[in-house]
Design a protein around this ligand. Sequence first.
Ligand code: 9PG
Length: 497
Amino acid sequence: MPSLIQLGELEIAVHAERLTAIDQGYLLQGQSVALFHPFGNGYFYRHGWHSWSLTTWVSLSSTLAQPQPPLRWPMIDHPVLLEKYPFAGSAVGAVRGTRGTDEKILSLGALALDGHVSADNLLLRGDYPYAMPGVPSEWYVAYGPEQKVFAAYAHLLGQRFGIRARHPSPRVWCSWYSVYTDISQDLLLNVLQELTDFPFDVFQIDDGWQQNLGDWQSNAKFPQGMTWLAEQIQKAGFTPGLWLAPLAVAPSSKLFQEHPEWLLRDSQGQPVLAGHNWGDRFYGLDTTLPAVHDWLYELIETVRSWGYSYLKLDFLYAGALPAQRHENVSPEAALRQGLEVIRQAAGNAYMLACGAPILPALGLADGLRIGPDVAPYWDNPERSETLHDLSGPGTRNALRTSLHRLWLRPLVDTDPDVAFFRTRFNLMNPLQSTLTQDMAYIAGFRATSDLPAWLDPHERQALLAFLQSQPAVQPLDRYRFQVDQRLVDFTFLANEW
Ligand code: 9PG
């Protein structure tokens, strides 16, 4: 028998094991809960599984097709959620009508790890697909203006998982979005020289320094080694930062050969596919194995001893895939175990979680990538449209998902990815590049990959001003912000489907 609850002017029938009224809403208990909502074919707030996964309001009558190909699914979103794409999401979901940006929303948010929320024109449902005996299956339901409802949910998440936001976030120069894997010791030393006049806090080396995914030693492009390079970065006045994908393993790595028993496996004993990148498949580690804990601890301790105290930890979802594990805990609880070990070894180093399921990173990571990769282009239609994959690199995809995750700001530094100032090697028009800068202000995380040598005098000036200013940001509605005296409008990203 459903119970009836009163939420503002709404009377709603709810299926749950237990209901408790709290501030602005109710706590529900149950492995599966359901709310009968009154919005028919209104909109569903779909919150994707990890950093890159599509997060947006989508019409409940949308015909948005499932992303292809399945070989890449874990890189895109949770495989179980993709089965019901786009009407299923991770951790939190909401429904509303079609009136406009002031419409109140009805939200359902998981207060434990691994929650899934789905909707149709009658129901808003919550499920804990991996609920374990003794683990509370708790939810928060609320109704009201979007900002208030999400703020109340964030507050409860902070109580349960912790808060590590460090506003203001460090200002980061990151090597990825200019030279990608073509980094080398010499190239980075050159950039370091060019950057001396710019007030960055962190100089972050991205993918391309390591021997392999799993083999975290420097390759031949770094002849003096990572310690020496960290010293040069420090001498130039920056905090050394380093990219790692500590839970991802390439089949060609030594780690894969030496410790096949550390990989996540399915019930047939086959390694669980984590994705396809770097020209091959890759797999994830079982972060419930004591031997993996020791290895992770040592890896992070080593990187710290080299002198890196800003760690970009990428492809973290690889540790949270459904699999048979050494310990019978849920996938996200397993990831959280791994992140706890990493946090212990990292001490007070800044941890930026990327490609990360959201809730498991809270209270452990200082920063969190809240969208997919930007790129020096607006969109890649082959991937966004032909393959229906809205999690791929491209500024439009990145802005859309980051915009819908700003409610996480009280909990963690929210990284919307880098801003662009260059016109060289950039296919975007100046307005599109400006949007990446404004998103950095709004999310409170300023970073770029632009090489000073690529900037004309005007662009150099713009980058300097960006690093030196922290404009006042006032949200006006869901998609419009006042940034100092200017209006920044992302309404073009609303209700696309
Ligand atoms: C390094 C990069 C950068 C970047 C990360 C992550 O789906 N994909 O094809 C896909 C490719 C790259 C990627 C994410 C997804 O980028 O977000 O900042 O560190 O790895 O390899």
